[in-house]
Design a protein around this ligand. Structure first.
Ligand SMILES: [Fe+2]
Ligand SMILES: [Fe+2]
Length: 475
């Protein structure tokens, strides 16, 4: 059950060949996916042979097999964690009932919406990152980019499988539409804001994979609790892939910081102009990129008060992060949660029903997790003997969704006037000049073992290979 059949046109561990109609429908979608990948997938990658991991089984040990694979021959497929016999729903109004193997009619529209929204982020990020291969800071980094790209493509497959199998004609239409929307396209954009922002350079890419892929982790964790068992099993396997994406972000930023603090010590300066002249990314610029990606990402959790969030939970569609580890009643009626609101120029806490605040609960869990990694970045600065520190901005900073979207708030959490915002925006968010400077550093470095000047080599290679391993063979 857990091993994957690669002899099929579509590799899978869901016995696809037992359902000829479904198999045919997916085999018709497959060439459209390949065309989409060719159109907006990673630029210039088609003939490269890349040291990629491929899922061979979904067992916790050894699901991945490493080897050089031609990008155009990558085998995307449908992989699900094995089901638990007699799994029951463990939260919401249906608590204690049997988990659903198919979609109950009354929850069909909401489930479809959730699957489509998740599915839409996957191809979006591939589109956002498509030019980055041209400016990779090393062969090692190029390989990691491609690994993430093929896995985001596979995540699209995961959602498309659910749409085709469980949602009939509507599902098939949604699956087509997932290949038609384009990140940043004014006429047919991706569904969520952060997935229409450009990822123009590798600093943005590392911030994106640290913060925005982590949003993915939290959404997937909440869906892994779902009463709809196929969704729970699919997302559990996706989570094992997601871990590497966040690793790329965290270690990427860590290596940028490493290089920057080395230059600061070498030159005995924190002067931005001098550091830029030395070709490294100054800490204030890093902080502004962090502020941007963090704030855009926490918007993804949605409005702080949401009756949809309550419905999703109570109906069993979407749980909380680590639902099973929490020791409350898992029904949550009559409980409250504190959210923020701006009143008379002040941020104040307001108690709302917990069920309506579940977006905020997930956002707060995300914030805790993100802050931990920022602490690890700070240790790199600390170890270099320097006093500077990076921080995450206040959660009301630069928000475009929810009650806080109507006010301007500084990174340290003060409500500010439009005038004060304007006077400081260039200190708080990346400026055109910052972006131009970072862009000026982006040149392609792809000889094995060589690294661009602005980033330190990693401590270890991938799959215990040496850092100067030939991770990509260009053809
Ligand atoms: Fe993904
Ligand atoms: Fe990801």
């Amino acid at each position: 059950m857990s091993s994957i059949d690669y002899s099929q046109k579509i590799p899978n561990n869901v016995n696809l060949s037992d359902d000829r109609t479904l198999q045919r429908a997916l085999e018709q979608w497959q060439p459209n996916f390949i065309d989409w990948w060719g159109d907006v997938g990673p630029e210039g990658s088609v003939d490269s042979e890349v040291y990629l991991r491929t899922a061979v089984s979904v067992d916790p040990q050894g699901w991945a097999q490493f080897g050089h694979t031609k990008m155009k021959d990558y085998r995307w497929g449908i992989f699900m964690n094995p089901g638990e016999a007699d799994r029951t729903i463990h939260f919401g109004d249906h608590k204690g009932e049997k988990a659903w193997q198919d979609v109950p009619g009354e929850h069909r529209a909401n489930l479809r919406r959730i699957i489509v929204t998740q599915g839409d982020t996957e191809p979006a990020s591939v589109e956002q990152q498509r030019h980055l291969g041209l400016t990779a800071p090393s062969m090692y980094d190029l390989r990691n980019l491609y690994q993430i790209n093929v896995e985001e493509g596979r995540h699209l497959w995961a959602m498309v499988y659910l749409l085709h199998k469980h949602f009939g004609r509507d599902g098939r239409e949604e699956a087509e539409a997932l290949l038609e929307r384009r990140s940043g396209d004014a006429n047919n954009p991706r569904i969520l804001g952060a997935f229409n922002e450009a990822t123009p350079d590798w600093l943005a890419f590392f911030m994106f994979t640290y913060f925005t892929d982590r949003d993915g982790k939290f959404q997937l964790c909440a869906l892994a609790e779902s009463a709809f068992d196929p969704l729970a099993r699919t997302t559990k396997f996706m989570l094992t892939e997601e871990a590497h994406h966040m690793f790329v972000g965290e270690s990427g930023i860590s290596r940028v910081i490493s290089r920057t603090v080395a230059a600061m010590n070498e030159l005995q300066t924190d002067d931005v102009a001098k550091l830029r002249a030395a070709g490294v990314i100054d800490l204030p610029t890093l902080q502004r990129y962090l502020n941007f990606h963090y704030s855009v990402t926490i918007d993804l959790f949605g409005a702080d008060e949401s009756s949809n969030a309550a419905t999703f939970y109570s109906t069993g569609i979407k749980g909380r992060f680590e639902e099973g580890k929490r020791d409350d009643d898992h029904v949550l009626k009559g409980q409250s949660y504190k959210i923020l609101e701006a009143r008379d120029g002040q941020l104040i806490e307001k108690e709302v029903p917990l069920l309506n605040a579940l977006n905020e609960v997930l956002r707060d869990d995300f914030i805790k997790d993100s802050v931990a990694g920022v602490g690890r970045w700070n240790r790199v600065i600390e170890k270099a003997g320097l006093p500077q520190r990076l921080t995450v901005p206040h959660k009301a900073f630069h928000r475009n969704i929810g009650a806080l979207s109507g006010v301007k708030v500084s990174p340290d959490g003060r409500v500010v006037s439009a005038v004060e915002w304007q006077a400081n925006e260039s200190k708080w968010l990346p400026t055109a000049e910052d972006r131009a400077y970072v862009a000026s550093l982006m040149g392609r470095v792809v000889e094995p073992g060589k690294f661009a000047n602005w980033i330190a080599p990693p401590v270890m290679g991938i799959n215990r290979q040496p850092v100067d391993f030939e991770y990509v063979r260009f053809n």
